[in-house]
Design a protein around this ligand. Structure first.
Ligand code: GLN
Length: 202
């Protein structure tokens, strides 16, 4: 098995740790720079992206993590984690830059007050590895406004629901991101695809 870190500064860390362990991989919480050297991949959980960024800076983990991502560390960002991995953030708070890594623009809190939180069934075989729909839970989620070169769109919101056609899952090399939270539904397929990506490296 591989060792998958879960950035453990704020947000739904425990759910990701459980998902990784349920797949038979080793999960380790990451709070310190030295822990980056021990992991084969990193999950950036949902939570509040600007809070996580502030904590990253306070713990002097921001630059080391940015460098590790530039150096090819596989990573999967869910919701706030997606925002942290974006090269460009719309509706960021002042001073919020994100770590970058994925050439895309995300819009923070994109769905607005009317649809603060909602669920949708997505058919996204490129994301889940099979054609069975995945129940996607969106909580004050971002969406992807624009993808740059080398970014593969894995899922869009279906017709007939909120924000139809919006991009909500992408992959760019060894980096993955979803607007929603697969870790809350007990569906392990997204984490399995990430574990597969991690295993494919080195
Ligand atoms: N709105 C949050 C942010 O800006 C993301 C919400 C989430 O991760 N569930 O970071």
């Amino acid at each position: 098995g591989r060792t998958i870190g879960v950035l453990a500064l704020q947000g739904d860390v425990a759910e990701h740790v459980r998902a990784v362990e349920a797949l038979g991989e080793t999960a380790v919480p990451v709070r310190r720079e030295r822990e980056l050297a021990r992991i084969d991949g990193l999950i950036l959980p949902g939570g509040e992206s600007s809070t996580i960024e502030k904590l990253l800076r306070r713990l002097e983990l921001f630059a080391p993590l940015r460098d590790a991502l530039r150096g090819g560390l596989p990573a999967y960002g869910s919701c706030a984690g997606m925002i942290l991995l974006a090269e460009e953030i719309q509706d960021a708070i002042t001073g919020q830059t994100g770590l970058g890594g994925i050439p895309m623009t995300v819009r923070r809190n994109a769905f607005g007050r009317q649809v603060d939180s909602f669920e949708a069934d997505l058919v996204a075989p490129a994301l889940t590895g099979d054609p069975a729909p995945i129940r996607a839970v969106f909580i004050r989620a971002p969406w992807v406004e624009r993808v740059g070169e080398g970014v593969e769109v894995l899922a869009r919101l279906p017709d007939g629901g909120p924000a139809a056609g919006r991009i909500v899952a992408i992959r760019a090399g060894v980096l993955m991101a979803t607007s929603f939270h697969p870790e809350v539904s007990g569906d392990l397929r997204v984490h399995r695809e990430f574990a597969r990506l991690v295993r494919g490296v080195g």
